[in-house]
Ligand binder design. Sequence first.
Ligand SMILES: [Zn+2]
Ligand SMILES: [Zn+2]
Length: 428
Amino acid sequence: MRRGANKPPEPDDPLCCCEYVDRKGGRSHVAACCCDCEDLDDACDRWLKRESQKADSLSQVTDTVTDRLRVPWIKGAKRLDLSLLPPLLLLPILLRIAALHVFLGAVVLIALPGMVLWYYYFTHRKKGRTLFFLSLALFSLAYMYYLFVTEIVSRGDVTSTQLATVTTGVILTLISLIHTKRGPGYVKPHLSDTHSTVTYHSPLPDKDSAHLNGVRHQVVIANRGAALEHRANDGAVEAAPKQTDNKKKNWCTWCRIVRPPRAGHCRICSACIQRLDHHCVWINSCVGRANHRSFLMTLLLFLLTSLYGISLVLRNVCPRQNVLIALLYCPGVYSQYSSALCFTCAWYSSIVTGGLLHLLLLQLINVSYNVTEREARLALREKTGRSLLGGLIIDTGVYSQGFRNNWAEFLTMADDSEPSSPTFTELV
Ligand SMILES: [Zn+2]
Ligand SMILES: [Zn+2]
């Protein structure tokens, strides 16, 4: 069933809807999911011979199994990421259990963020990509909207203008998210960087390729003498050592390119990103020069929609209380299951909103000081920045030109990257 295994696809022989390029670069077929697994064969052999398993044998088999879970798709089968499923199954079950009793509600609403945080640190340590957080964010938004329409709007207390406002907020958040997912702005290899003879002392990786948006890019390191010679002839001899120093400092050993200032390499995305801020698990992508503004816009739209939705729900289930007090004290809300479910969801949304409000606040402070999240962390580690308000503000003082100029630079910074069209699997 496996056609041309371990051979990369030829340009003149494109993939059919049931074929794909596997994690080892070979051409494979969805029907070959149960055979030809060397890792599994090796693990079984060792088990039958009662030999000890290799340290990474379980992760190798897991990687092969997850790589082979595919659905037929146009121009090649798409990988099915199982990390999508837990939020879809667990969130409705846990929220419905939490609505049964106030104590169950407290346990679930404390345990749920705890589990999400644990999973975050678990995946962060492995530097692996996961759709769990994006799936949780999107499904939470969809599920909260569904409950709002079915449980609150159906009672007849919400006006059509209020419903239209919440619906518009949800749609605008999704549009802004799609825009953010178009890409953070990948660093493109410059011709002079890839044709230089400078020997950098950083250890070079074994691999000579980088993956950008799932596409392998080959970087050529050759004919470096010509570039230096050319510069010398142009009278740039004095500037050459300084340039070489900068290049050495900005050399990415994974992508084998010289990064522009403020760019950084993301080990999760396996790419260098222009003006890298951070890798955001909630959008399953980096935040960089090309999508930083739309990232902040997504956060802002989500927070406004969420706060408005929560206030409408609380006004409905606790009509006699002030909205802020209703979240803490709403007598009799657990006497009716529908009201208890809405109240639990208002609490869940408030916890998510609180977390994202904190993130937005940090982002706004960083922009005001012209510092990226990556630069702030590096400055803290190397003790080169000024830490104010208990670490809430990190001022490196390198790029800051005053509050107004920093915001003007942020709002007008050019996006010279080529936007990539996100695929369906990237959006879900
Ligand atoms: Zn890189
Ligand atoms: Zn990244």
